[in-house]
Write a protein that binds this ligand. Structure first.
Ligand SMILES: *[C@@H]1O[C@H](CO)[C@@H](O)[C@H](O)[C@H]1NC(C)=O
Ligand SMILES: *[C@@H]1O[C@H](CO)[C@@H](O)[C@H](O)[C@H]1NC(C)=O
Ligand SMILES: *[C@@H]1O[C@H](CO)[C@@H](O)[C@H](O)[C@H]1NC(C)=O
Length: 541
């Protein structure tokens, strides 16, 4: 109830507030207890004020009872798991009337307990990948190369998606069994486009939501848009979508890393390459007005700002989820990936522009390497944990499934949780004022250059039921260091033990904890990663 997400809920709350206001602003101007005291007091009340008093008491009692009922029902709703309530006819009616949201808030108030962004346990089963339809923006010119990014994450046997192209393309061997359906976008030459820097293809790409909607696919809860160079971690996409009620209007995505991009476009716009999700009823609303809306903004640059302009007309704000990554940067993504925000990794984009995320392999090979940890524990992928080796005076940062860093000296978590500036901004400059978030300078002290260990291997230890991932030291020359302390160069690899935790995001966000293990193997260090224990903190000294 706290989070008023629809206009109806807001109106309802407002009504209640007015009720409260009337109650408290009543001419007697005393709280109800005071009123009771007055009744028992020596001054004999007149029959008129007694009537007034009864009236107030009656209204208060009704209000309290109503509130209590509301609270108790919403609690009951929250506690019940999906299989139960789905059988009641009331909830079936809910689904049926999903296009008429006022219906299910005013018609049956108790049901509105499920109306927040939390997953509604009241009405239906969990959102699965079959409830999602992907709309992928692609162009014939880049198709041969870009299709390989789509093959990395798309599984035709259990996913639905359409690649929208500008021109027909030839199918290569195995393409049809590993890629979404291909369709040619409708002609948009009659739509106005007047932006000097941009390209008309923005119109076509913007309309992918509507065109995908018009295919009339059954049982769709979410339309998820992406580019041909977007890689989704679909398990995590689902984890994020499940937080929201697909029967309401949601526009979910994230901004650009580039402050200037966000100023030129908007901080409230979902950048298309990072991917964004539109709930079914929002797609219904958008489809009705999108063509008209697009005509009203011929001067806009791209497809995603056109979507945002229509969202603004609909009055639906962007719900920001920081796991969608536009990656408007150049150079090495390492700093960003090694300090991912505490939220599931949903997407990666602009993989053509940045260096391969693992050294000495191609871009596609690098992403293929991520597939192994993704399969073992998608929820934990790229999640950072920070711990300290007290005896060797090192700081250790694990980005699970990707890399481990060892720093000489004690760094506090508030430093290490910031992305280090390994990347350049959107204008190919090393300017830290260019980002919409804090970053950490690369240390100038030769002793503090981190030792990086990249994922080399990952498997499941069936006996202990935990993942074992191995990270090999990136062999690059390090500057000489005169500090008298253990040298991380003595290590060839780091081994990380972590139980898979598919439920990591079902609780409040918290970084995992890590602990240095007393390892016997020469040249290696063992690190244990998992949920923090009672009282466990990451303390530098
Ligand atoms: C929505 O509810 C209103 C009021 O109850 C009703 O008049 C209207 O027909 C409903 N619309 C749909 C599509 O069910
Ligand atoms: C609200 O739903 C409950 C079942 O969840 C039902 O018993 C009750 O009659 C409904 N009330 C109205 C006003 O529809
Ligand atoms: C192994 O761990 C996973 C995730 O923590 C859990 O879901 C599963 O039930 C466990 N399996 C066994 C055999 O204990």
């Amino acid at each position: 109830m706290k989070v008023a997400t629809t206009t109806t809920t807001t109106t309802m709350m407002a009504q209640k507030d007015t009720e409260k206001l009337l109650l408290w602003d009543h001419p007697i101007r005393s709280p109800s207890y005071g009123g009771m005291a007055a009744a028992a007091g020596p001054m004999a009340p007149s029959p008129r004020s007694r009537l007034m008093l009864w009236l107030i008491l009656f209204v208060s009692a009704t209000y309290v009872l109503y509130t209590l009922k509301l609270i108790s029902t919403s609690k009951a709703c929250g506690g019940i798991d999906s299989p139960f309530a789905s059988s009641t006819s009331a909830s079936r009616r809910l689904i049926a009337s999903s296009s008429n949201s006022s219906d299910y808030f005013i018609g049956n108030r108790t049901e509105s307990a499920g109306g927040g962004p939390l997953e509604t346990h009241g009405a239906s089963e969990r959102t699965e990948i079959r409830h999602v339809v992907f709309g992928i923006a692609a162009s014939a010119k880049l198709w041969e190369q870009r299709k390989n990014y789509i093959k990395l994450w798309f599984r035709p046997e259990d996913m639905r998606g359409i690649v929208w192209l500008d021109n027909p393309v030839k199918s290569g061997p195995g393409d049809d069994s590993s890629l979404p359906l291909k369709k040619i976008s409708a002609d948009t030459s009659e739509f106005p486009y007047s932006n000097k820097q941009g390209h008309r293809s923005a119109l076509r790409i913007s309309r992918i939501v509507s065109e995908t909607f018009r295919l009339g696919l059954p049982d769709v809860r979410w339309f998820v848009m992406g580019d041909d160079d977007t890689v989704f971690v679909t398990e995590n996409l689902l984890r994020v979508l499940r937080k929201y009620d697909y029967r309401q209007l949601y526009y979910i995505g994230s901004m650009s890393e580039s402050h200037l991009q966000n100023i030129f476009f908007s901080y409230s716009m979902a950048y298309g390459g990072g991917g964004f999700a539109i709930s079914y009823p929002l797609a219904v609303a958008l489809e009705k007005m999108q063509d008209g809306c697009i005509r009203r903004y011929p001067g806009l640059y791209g497809s995603d700002d056109r979507i945002q302009a229509c969202m603004a007309e609909l009055g639906v704000p962007l719900t920001k989820e920081l796991g969608f990554h536009q990656y408007d940067v150049y150079g090495d993504l390492f700093g960003l990936l090694a300090a991912h925000p505490v939220t599931p990794l949903v997407s990666l984009h602009h993989l053509d522009l940045v260096e391969p995320i693992f050294p000495d392999v191609t871009r596609v090979q690098a992403l293929q390497r991520l597939a192994v940890p993704m399969k073992l524990d998608s929820a934990g992928l790229m999640q950072q944990s920070i711990c300290h080796d007290k005896s060797r005076k090192w700081t250790v940062s694990v980005s699970w499934g990707f890399a481990v860093q060892i720093f000489r000296g004690a760094f506090s978590p508030r430093e290490i949780e910031l992305p280090s500036r390994t990347f350049l901004n959107w204008y190919k400059k090393a300017d830290y004022t260019a980002y919409a978030f804090n970053t950490r300078p690369v240390s100038r002290n030769p002793c503090q250059k981190p030792f990086i260990f990249y994922l080399s291997n990952a498997r499941l230890d069936h006996e202990k039921n935990q993942t074992v991932s191995q990270y090999a030291r990136h062999r690059v020359p390090h500057p000489a260091c005169k500090w008298k302390m253990a040298n991380p160069e003595d290590l060839d690899y780091v081994e990380v033990y972590k139980p898979a935790n598919p439920n990591l995001w079902d609780r409040s966000p918290r970084r995992n904890c890590c602990r240095i293990m007393s390892s016997n193997k020469k040249g290696s260090m063992g690190v244990d990663v998992g949920s923090c224990r009672e009282g466990e903190i990451s303390q530098a000294r």
